[in-house]
Each structure stands twice: as C-alpha cells, then as structure tokens.
Design a protein around this ligand. Structure first.
Ligand SMILES: Cc1cc2nc3c(=O)[nH]c(=O)nc-3n(C[C@H](O)[C@H](O)[C@H](O)COP(=O)(O)OP(=O)(O)OC[C@H]3O[C@@H](n4cnc5c(N)ncnc54)[C@H](O)[C@@H]3O)c2cc1C
Length: 353
C-alpha cells in the first residue's frame, strides 16, 4: 500500500522524498495548478511564496545548525537549495524558480513517488501525512477542524515586494553585506541609506498610509481592539504595523544600519533598507523585512520615498494572507503523530522557526 502525502509544498516534497529513500512508495497530492491558493503563482512543487531566504548558513546559529543536520540526513530541500543558491551574505537564499524546478524534477521522476494533481478534501482514513501548509484548502481545513474539534486557528502573514534591479538608483544605493569593511568583499546586498530626517518622514508616511482592508481582520479588530495584535506573526510583522510600535522600531528592526558602512561617505547611515537578490539572473531584488499590507498605490508612493527607489518598478507588490495552523503541542506527540490517530502525521516547514 502507498503512503499518502497531502500537499506538494516544501514539507510534502521532503516527506515523500524521505519515504522513498526508505523504500516506501507514496502518492503525493497537490491541488495546484487546477486549484490555487491566494499566494502561490504557478503549479510547481515546492514553490516558495514568501522570502527566498532559508535563514543562516552558519552552524553556530539555530537555523544554520538545523540545515546542517538536514544536509547530513540527506534532505532533498537543502540539496536543491544549495544548488540554486544566490549571493546573500551569511544567509542561504535561493532562486525561487530554480529551487522549485529542482525539487519538482527529483520528485516527479522518482519511481516511488506518484504525483496526483488533485485537491484532497478530507482527512485520510489510511496512514497519511498532512503537509498542506498555511494555505490549506477550505474543504480540507473543515475536515481538520472536525477532527481536532477546535475552532479554526489562524494568523495573518505578509510577503514583501520585489522590484526590478535596473530601476534602483545606484548613485544613491550601495552594495555591501553587514560587517564588510571593503568593497572587494563582494557586497551581496543592495543598501538604500537614510539620514535621520528622511527616516522620520518615511516612518510617518508609512504609519498614515492606507492598508488593504481585510474583512476577517477588521471584524476581529472591532471586537477585540488591542488584542487583535496577537493575530499577526510576531516574527514577521508587516512593516507598517512595526512602524506604529515606536518611532525607532524600524531603525532597530529591519532597517537597522548595524555593520553597514557607506564607504563613499565613510559613515554608517542612520537607517538602511536592504535588498536581497531574488533570482539567478540578478535582475530582481526583494525588500528584506518589508512584508506589507499597504494598498499597491501606497506601496509605490511610500516605498518610493526610500532613497534610491524613487523610480523603482514593482514586479510583485507585498500582500497579506490568512494562515491556518493547528495547536501542535496539544494535538501532536513529539514525532508529529496525531495523538488520537497515530497513523496521521502533520508537518510544516517554516524557515523562520
Ligand atoms: C503570506 C505568507 C508569508 C510567508 N512568509 C514566510 C517567510 O518569510 N519565511 C518563511 O520561512 N515562511 C514564510 N511563510 C510560510 C511558508 O509558507 C512556509 O515557510 C513554507 O511554504 C511552508 O511549507 P509547507 O510545505 O508547509 O506549505 P506550502 O509550501 O504552502 O505547501 C503546501 C502545499 O499544499 C497544497 N495544498 C493545500 N491544500 C491542499 C489540498 N487540500 N489538497 C492538495 N494540495 C493542497 C498547496 O497548494 C501547497 O502547494 C509564509 C506564508 C505565507 C502564506
């Protein structure tokens, strides 16, 4: 009998691969491209919808150590990430398309994995792995709610804009990775420096900018007031939400200038917006830590205040999505098996944890 793996994202592909390495055949169900999610763009397996960075490369950091352990365990995802990596200082960042193609090729050509392009709508009765991720389809979500007997749990998560490299004004922006002291060290990131006055004006504009209304969020905001802050993922707050927490919150967060020197003027800027290469061709860059839910026209206007991005062309605007999760510590045991149905596993990969 074949094992069932539901969801051909990062987690599902790794699960099917690891089963195959142990001689176990599986059916991997992926609903795209027939039915998509709000954030995925294509039909490829293991499509990264969010940041293209998988976190630190250094094994003395938690996420770097985790990747090293995965590498030693023969992880397909880490192998494909290494093969499709981009210059990103101490981070393992990937070309999304090359990464998805590499994982897709390995899975779709594996004799022990059958990929079925269909939505799976209810909890399987036989042994299975649920890897349908934060954007699980509504039908399967309802089946999970019925199984867990919990009302739906969710939070909001956002993605950052991607812009065209040739529209960045390099007379203002400069290349450097943090803690580099000379230009010869490479400079994987493009940095847009800000003085104090520019920074304060930017923060003010960000706080006042119009957001895209989110019906579910606005209902909760009305009902719970300040409590609704909890429905954002703290590790990845929209930049406008972070800005509201204090005038210098961004200067100590995604816009921190630590370790960055503008060698042309010989000083550290007051604040910096960093851009990371997003594809192998090097013609797309994403704004690091700038996940946002501003209206598209507002993204263009407010992010256009960033020195060097005045004429920036947005290839993808930032967006916010509702993510579904389950209370794993309560419902799963330490091997990720559902406590009351031991042949059911849940898995999730998130580069930020
Ligand atoms: C807006 C947003 C921003 C994010 N930002 C980040 C970030 O910056 N860093 C980070 O590490 N993570 C981020 N994440 C989380 C990110 O999604 C995960 O890191 C990673 O993609 C999770 O892998 P996964 O395999 O669990 O889910 P996914 O990669 O989403 O894969 C799940 C797959 O299951 C499929 N599927 C869903 N329902 C069904 C069904 N019923 N039947 C068949 N197929 C189904 C989907 O089409 C999808 O391909 C973000 C998520 C969202 C939504």
């Amino acid at each position: 009998m074949k094992a069932l793996v539901i969801g051909g994202g990062l987690a599902g592909c790794e699960a099917a691969w690891q089963l195959a390495q142990r001689g176990v055949s599986s059916c991997l169900y992926e609903m795209r491209p027939g039915k998509s999610t709000e954030a995925h763009l294509g039909g490829g397996l293991a499509e990264l919808v969010c940041s293209n960075s998988l976190g630190s490369r250094f094994s003395n950091r938690a996420s770097g150590l985790l990747k090293e352990e995965l590498r030693q365990l023969g992880s397909l995802l880490i192998r494909c990430a290494d093969e499709s990596s981009l210059p990103a200082g101490g981070a393992l960042a990937v070309d999304r398309k090359a990464f998805s193609q590499a994982v897709g090729h390995a899975i779709e050509t594996h004799p022990l994995v059958e990929v079925i392009r269909e939505e799976f709508i209810k909890i399987p009765e036989t042994a299975g792995i649920i890897a349908s991720g934060p954007l699980t389809s509504q039908a399967l979500t309802e089946s999970i709610i019925a199984l867990t007997q919990e009302s739906q749990l969710f939070f909001f998560d956002a993605i950052a804009p991607i812009i065209s490299r040739e529209t960045i004004n390099m007379d203002i922006a400069f290349r450097a990775s943090r803690y580099e002291r000379s230009e010869s060290e490479g400079g994987d990131y493009i940095n847009c420096p800000m003085g104090k006055e520019e920074y304060l004006a930017f923060v003010e504009a960000l706080i006042d900018a119009e957001r895209i209304p989110l019906r579910a969020f606005d209902d909760i905001e009305k009902e719970k007031g300040d409590e609704c802050k909890k429905i954002f993922f703290e590790g990845c707050l929209p930049v406008e939400v972070l800005a509201k927490r204090g005038l210098r919150a961004l200067a100590f967060g995604p816009m921190r200038p630590v370790g960055l020197f503008d060698l042309r003027v010989g000083q550290r800027p007051y604040a910096v917006v960093q851009l990371r290469q997003d594809n192998l061709a090097g013609d797309l860059y994403n704004l690091v830590g700038f996940q946002t839910n501003l209206k598209y026209s507002e993204q263009k206007r407010v992010f256009g205040m960033i020195p060097g991005l005045e004429q920036a062309e947005f290839v993808r605007y930032g967006q916010m999505h509702r993510n579904t999760f389950i209370a794993s510590p309560k419902l799963l045991d330490e091997t990720m098996q559902f406590r009351t149905k031991g042949d059911l596993f849940f898995c999730r990969t998130d580069c930020r944890y």
